[in-house]
Design a protein around this ligand. Structure first.
Ligand code: ITT
Length: 197
């Protein structure tokens, strides 16, 4: 498969690390957008794909190269699947966001949740836009545990495991996370693309 460079349309370095490692295997060299440009795209969409498209288009226009955006979040069943697309806006930092979820779930037996990620890859040269999505089901822990990962990882226990993503570490997350699943679909599309280009 031929190698090519894609701008990662994001200011989140954790996401960048995870997706770079996943897509490196298929010859994609991701360039971290925030390291090159200063851009804050207002997320006015009402769904993950809509917000991912807004980000991919804006960064691709700025950089004049293909741009990949990730819009993601956590959805908690007992909270009516909130915070969802508002996950990064729930509170001002990661520990407060985790605390907010734990507080809202105090005394609740239903701890079911899922991570969702939507990817948008936009090619400004020919206007092609690819969308993929990934889910990862799990449960909300009773307290934050672990040092790995970022965001909600200290309170997210993926289905089939007894530890949080922050305890399980990069290797497990790279196989089963919402971002990994969205990447698998994108890898198939990229493989096809490099065959016809
Ligand atoms: P960009 O929009 O610049 O990419 P962001 O952090 O604002 O960065 P989102 O708007 O997509 O990204 O918000 C996603 C939020 O969902 C993120 O801030 C985390 O709090 C949470 N999240 C998403 N994926 C996660 C993961 O793998 N582990 C932990 N938390 C995650």
């Amino acid at each position: 498969m031929k190698n090519f460079r894609v701008l990662f349309a994001s200011r989140n370095r954790h996401k960048f690390r995870e997706i770079s490692a996943l897509l490196k295997k298929v010859g994609v060299e991701l360039v971290f957008g925030a390291e090159r440009y200063s851009l804050d795209v207002e997320e006015t969409g009402t769904s993950y794909p809509q917000n991912a498209i807004l980000k991919a288009l804006a960064w691709a226009e700025l950089a004049g190269m293909p741009a990949l955006a990730d819009d993601s979040g956590i959805e908690v069943r007992a909270l009516g699947w909130e915070p969802g697309i508002y996950s990064s806006r729930l509170a001002s930092n990661d520990s407060l966001r985790n605390f907010t979820i734990l507080k809202k779930l105090e005394g609740s037996y239903d701890r079911c949740c899922r991570y969702v990620a939507a990817f948008a890859l936009f090619f400004p040269k020919d206007g092609r836009l690819w969308l993929t999505e990934g889910y990862c089901w799990g449960e909300i822990a009773t307290e934050p545990v672990g040092q790995c990962g970022f965001g909600y990882d200290p309170i997210f226990i993926p289905s089939g495991y007894k530890k949080t993503f922050a305890e399980l570490g990069d290797e497990v997350k790279a196989r089963i996370s919402h971002r990994a699943v969205a990447s698998y679909a994108l890898m198939d599309m990229l493989a096809e693309y490099s065959m016809i280009e």
